[in-house]
Design a protein around this ligand. Structure first.
Ligand code: MN
Length: 441
């Protein structure tokens, strides 16, 4: 587990002035990694580090001789078109690069004049998925989400008996993971109308979101060699926001017996910036205490460090902007807010469980946390919960009502961490607009 060091000092300020503004997502204490290029160009994609409203290009900075030997290899790897090689280097290399970046971006740094030409305004940039994602697994780590969904799909048996023993997951689809800002069309599929015995084919009428975090694997494990819980976090590069778009009507017809399939694999949106576990160190906290009747985790899912600080207090928010709100210049309206700290299973438990059978995780693999609903209904991370299965519409500030998504609705996820004695750091937006279904022949 990353410990606090000089890079977390809340008193640090940057010579990039926008990084010092109150409420900025990317102060010098954050330093998240993404892959970018100047918008509208054919420049090669390359890794970058967000600082204020700019992006530092570490590959260019390394070429300019800004970093010393301790960070040179990691800075060079960061300059590549995907972050996989940096991810594979491990925590010592990530940490050395973070320290070098922190020192070079501080107010008064000797490197400031050399680095100014290595900055690109975020307003001029476009992003791509920051790693080659070989495999994507989506978990189900919020017991509150699992219970609320279970009550709708199986009122007599909401929480299945394995939930409190196993971090439940399924294998998602990596090819349809897209980056924030890429819009997509409403999917078609098989839907069983209420009371019918045969399905119809058509566009989903119950399009939903899932508020999740994405966990990027850094160092992998050899096939046949599980990752111990105590070592699990050393295999995690960092976290971003993830929206697991879900077609609930397709899902309810297809999900038994093998779980979700076409209801989820048409689009999954990630935010462009990966916040490292080291940057998240000040916001660690204990996971929720298990209910008295809950089983203790099996030994491979239990360790003192996980019990004491296995959770992270990341504030999360869901916002919606309808097409009409956009036309009238109204900002996205908040629908729900929660924190990652409510999750039943931790980051380390996901990694340990995923590999316990010898499954090999690889650099760039993505683990979704599952919908991170909190204990109360206003903390729910999906419309199916917020509207109780579509029965209680939400009313937006302009009077529009929604159960599931209409064409043109733009959904925005936000995340940030703040705590007395630490800087506030943010994740940047994870946003996309649902476009109308394409005509089918
Ligand atoms: Mn999901």
């Amino acid at each position: 587990m990353a410990t606090l060091n000089e890079t977390h000092d809340p008193a640090l300020a940057s010579w990039v002035a926008s990084a010092n503004q109150a409420g900025a997502d990317f102060p010098i204490q954050n330093l998240p990694f993404g892959v970018f290029r100047r918008r509208g160009t054919q420049e090669t994609w390359r890794g970058g580090v967000a600082i204020g409203d700019h992006i530092l290009d570490p590959g260019a900075a390394q070429a300019a001789g800004v970093f010393d030997a301790s960070a040179a290899a990691a800075a060079t790897a960061c300059g590549e078109a995907s972050l996989n090689r940096l991810m594979a280097m491990g925590p010592a290399a990530w940490s050395a690069l973070r320290l070098a970046l922190s020192r070079a971006l501080r107010q008064g740094a000797a490197q400031a004049s050399a680095l100014r030409s290595c900055l690109v305004p975020q307003a001029d940039a476009e992003y791509t998925v920051p790693a080659h994602i070989g495999d994507y697994t989506d978990f189900y780590t919020s017991v509150h989400h699992a219970t609320h969904i279970g009550q709708q799909f199986r009122p007599d048996n909401p929480l299945l008996p394995n939930y409190k023993w196993i971090p439940i997951g399924y294998h998602g689809r990596a090819s349809s993971i897209i980056v924030s800002g890429q819009d997509f069309h409403r999917p078609h599929g098989q839907i069983l109308p209420p009371g019918a015995t045969a399905p119809v084919f058509g566009p989903s009428r119950k399009m939903d979101i899932e508020l999740e975090l994405a966990v990027y694997i850094g160092v992998g494990n050899a096939r046949g060699h599980p990752i111990a819980l105590a070592d699990a976090e050393a295999h995690v590069f960092g976290l971003s926001l993830l929206n697991d778009w879900s077609a609930r009507d397709i899902q309810s017809w297809e999900y038994q017996p093998l779980g979700p399939f076409l209801s989820k694999n048409f689009a999954t949106t990630v935010s462009p910036w990966i916040v490292t576990l080291e940057a998240l160190a000040p916001y660690r906290t204990a996971p929720p205490v298990r209910d008295a009747g809950d089983p203790p985790p099996l030994p491979y899912l239990d360790a003192p460090a996980n019990r004491n600080a296995g959770a992270i207090d990341i504030q999360l928010q869901v916002l919606m902007q309808t097409a009409r709100m956009r036309d009238q210049g109204q900002a996205a309206a908040p629908l729900a807010a929660t924190s990652y700290r409510h999750a039943y299973w931790t980051l380390a438990q996901m990694v340990a469980h995923h590999s316990v059978n010898g499954c090999n995780l690889q650099p760039g693999d993505l683990l979704g946390t599952g919908t991170l609903s909190g204990p109360t209904l206003d903390q729910a991370g999906a419309l199916i919960e917020l509207t109780v299965g579509g029965q209680q519409p939400l009313t937006l500030p302009n009077g529009e009502q929604r159960t599931y998504l209409d064409d043109g609705d733009r959904m925005v996820l936000r995340g940030w961490c703040e705590r007395p004695g630490a800087a506030r750091i943010g994740f940047g937006d994870c946003a996309a607009t649902l476009l109308p279904a394409l005509m089918q022949v």
